[in-house]
Write a protein that binds this ligand. Structure first.
Ligand code: ZN
Length: 346
């Protein structure tokens, strides 16, 4: 209802009221808040940076500066140790030593900012040392929180039953150690591996049941950057349907939206991406920016905000705290207190 002024005094009063209401609205505008955390980040040691042309080392201090610039408090740092065992790149002598060194470097870096950063161990799950490395990381003060697997960089082929068995062993080991799992599910783009409903179903039916007790975060909304409706959307549709029918295997599964907005032809697919986020449920969707130097956390959030979601939906995604942030063990401590963290995850 519009207010109608009869006298100049009333006009002034109404003006003031309207102005303060606008200010109040702006202060309360939920979508304007920055996310609490960037739940998909990486650091790059000098050794890891050398592997990719144009990539520069990124230390914990650098990441914290980017988070500060964005007004973001926390980040989940996913060790890129698996990149030192990438079959699409020339093999390194003493590969496992390099993998351990990268995980240890990441652990050391993150330990400089225990109030801000949390680290996950990285390993190529197909390597003979994969299980050994998971157990070794489980004993590390920083890395015991979880495990990052990159099916693309590790060339995991879910259409190969033997590989599925090995991935199940890896998931079981992480589950035993109560390590959460972040998985880049999309297979190798370089090798042009098939991807879609079939692979997502294998993951849902064969792989997920091997880690029933830990949170599993599927990276990039099940894609590998941008949003390709021919493959990524088909894969994602399998998870959407499983959630809709109340499939218990999805109860502990989350999705990070890193690397989606701002890449490829995502804008044409913005409505579809927003629809999928709603179908997954905003409480399962986590913000992430994925360490792209061209799109730091602040800019990545601005891109993400271009999706046709409501302010309330952006607000909810911004406030989501994944459950692995609450895991504590001995002196490892908990970044987010039980009081401040919401425990309403499905
Ligand atoms: Zn990543």
């Amino acid at each position: 209802m519009a207010l109608k002024a009869k006298s100049p005094k009333q006009q002034l009063l109404i003006g003031l009221l309207t102005c303060s209401a606008t200010l109040f609205q702006a202060a309360m505008m939920p979508g304007q808040s920055m996310p609490l955390g960037d739940w998909h980040q990486h650091l790059f040691s000098p050794a890891a940076a050398k592997l990719a042309p144009g990539l520069h080392p990124v230390a914990a201090r650098d990441l914290v500066n980017l988070l500060d610039a964005a007004g973001i408090r926390y980040a989940l740092v996913l060790s890129v140790a698996y990149q030192l065992a990438n079959p699409n790149k020339p093999a390194l002598a003493n590969e496992y030593e390099h993998v351990k060194a990268e995980n240890d470097w990441t652990s050391e870096q993150v330990s400089e900012f225990p109030e801000r950063l949390r680290a996950f161990c990285g390993v190529n799950p197909l390597k003979e040392y994969a299980i050994e490395e998971i157990h070794r990381c489980a004993g590390d003060r920083q890395l015991h929180f979880g495990l990052k697997l990159h099916f693309g960089n590790s060339d995991v082929d879910l259409d190969d039953p033997q590989q599925v068995e090995q991935i199940r062993r890896v998931f079981r080991s992480a589950n035993e150690e109560r390590m959460a799992i972040v998985v880049h599910l999309h297979p190798s783009v370089t090798k042009k591996r098939p991807y879609g409903k079939r692979e997502a179903r294998i993951f849902l039916e064969r792989v997920l049941p091997a880690a029933p007790d830990v949170p599993v975060q599927i990276a990039h909304l099940a894609g590998s950057g941008g949003y390709d409706d021919r493959t990524v959307d088909r894969a994602l549709s399998v998870f959407v349907k499983a959630i809709k029918r109340g499939d218990g295997r999805m109860a502990h599964v989350y999705f990070d939206a890193s690397g989606v907005c701002g890449y490829g032809d995502w804008k044409e697919r913005a409505a579809q991406i927003a629809m999928r986020i709603r179908q997954l449920g905003v409480k399962r969707v986590l913000y992430g920016s994925d360490a792209d130097p061209k799109m730091p956390p602040r800019e990545a959030w601005a891109e993400f905000r271009k999706l046709p979601l409501s302010e309330a939906e952006f607000h909810e995604i911004a406030r989501n705290i994944p459950p692995y942030m609450n895991k504590s063990r001995g002196n490892g401590g908990s970044l987010v207190s039980r009081d401040s963290a919401r425990s309403r995850w499905p």
